[in-house]
Design a protein around this ligand. Structure first.
Ligand code: CUA
Length: 326
């Protein structure tokens, strides 16, 4: 029995850690939510054990049926009074603890707009410290220990913004603007996921949140404000020229070259992101080339057409160029 319990603990407990877990809170709101969850889990476990115990008692001691367990007091107490008192207490406790979740009275250190699109995340760091706004995608960078205000919108259907380690879910609704305040308590990389079915690639709509110490965050943001790096190697130059020539700039912006499309993600610093395809693959020249050539096979239903007109060398040049945009 002990071995069985130890075995199941080994199976269950690793699920409580990791970069996408509501049970490994790294933010004030997530801590409150985790606290309520544990109270519910433990309370439900104890009640389950109590009911099992009473069931065994009734099965193994049939003579007891005629005694106190069959009395009116037991039925009314266990069947009505106990659930009413327990559930009311749980409701009051839950509301008192989580009433302020998602809201903050502090002045935000950073304001970020996040727009859900089929099937990726458009990100805009609003003017900060008197400097211009910065566009990005599929990744949020925030300072640790400072309140961050997220304005959540949708460009098409309902999505839901959820980073379990940091906060609860909040829907992104077309025509409406929802505000979520988050604050990370520890530096690290956390994973978020769209939590509302939004179409064929709903399950592949993820993103990362990177929490930096405040000075590192300011440095990071200042770097992202710079235009794209000028290519040095021949292959990279060829990639940049092809990027412009085949019309990638109709949908994508790369600040510093002739590409200012707004339909797809801003690619000015795409090479510095952790993933491509909204969390689907690690970001490198290989996955970038695969995505350009076959995006409709890799993620059917996304809005980018497969560019299968490029030759192998051309594809490699464009992918190497994008990878160089750190
Ligand atoms: Cu976006 Cu589900």
């Amino acid at each position: 029995m002990r071995r069985l319990l130890a075995g199941s603990a080994v199976l269950v407990l690793p699920g409580c850690e990791g970069i996408q877990s509501a049970l490994a809170p790294k933010g004030a709101d997530a801590s409150l939510i985790a606290q309520v969850s544990w109270v519910v889990f433990i309370g439900a476990g104890l009640i389950f054990a109590l009911v099992l115990g009473l069931t065994l008692y009734a099965l193994l001691a049939p003579q007891a049926r005629s005694s106190w367990t069959a009395s009116h007091g037991f039925i009314i107490g266990g069947g009505i009074v106990f659930p009413v008192v327990t559930l009311t207490a749980l409701l009051v406790y839950g509301l008192s603890l989580t009433g302020s979740v998602g809201r903050s009275t502090e002045v935000p250190a950073v304001r970020i707009e996040v727009t859900g699109e089929q099937f990726w995340w458009r990100v805009r760091y609003q003017e900060h410290g008197g400097k211009a706004a910065v566009d990005a995608a599929n990744e949020l960078h925030i300072p640790v220990g400072q309140p961050v205000e997220l304005t959540l919108r949708s460009a098409d259907v309902i999505h839901s913004f959820w980073v379990p380690n940091l906060a609860g879910k909040l829907d992104m609704i077309p025509g409406q603007q929802n505000v979520l305040s988050i604050k990370a308590s520890a530096p690290g990389t956390y994973r978020g996921q769209c939590a509302e079915y939004c179409g064929i690639q709903h399950a592949q709509m993820a993103f990362y949140v990177v929490a930096h110490p405040p000075e590192a965050f300011e440095r990071w943001l200042a770097e992202r404000r710079e235009p794209a790096a000028e290519p040095l190697a021949d292959l990279v130059k060829r990639g940049r020229d092809l990027f412009v020539a085949v019309g990638c700039g109709a949908c994508h912006t790369v600040r510093g070259i002739d590409a200012s499309g707004k339909i797809g993600p801003d690619l000015t610093h795409v090479g510095s992101r952790r993933s491509i395809g909204a969390g689907m693959w690690p970001n490198n020249a290989g996955t970038l080339a695969a995505w350009i050539a076959s995006s409709q096979h890799l993620k059917p239903g996304n809005k980018m057409p497969s560019f299968n007109v490029l030759s192998g060398t051309e594809l490699r040049a464009v992918a190497t160029y994008l990878e160089s945009l750190k």
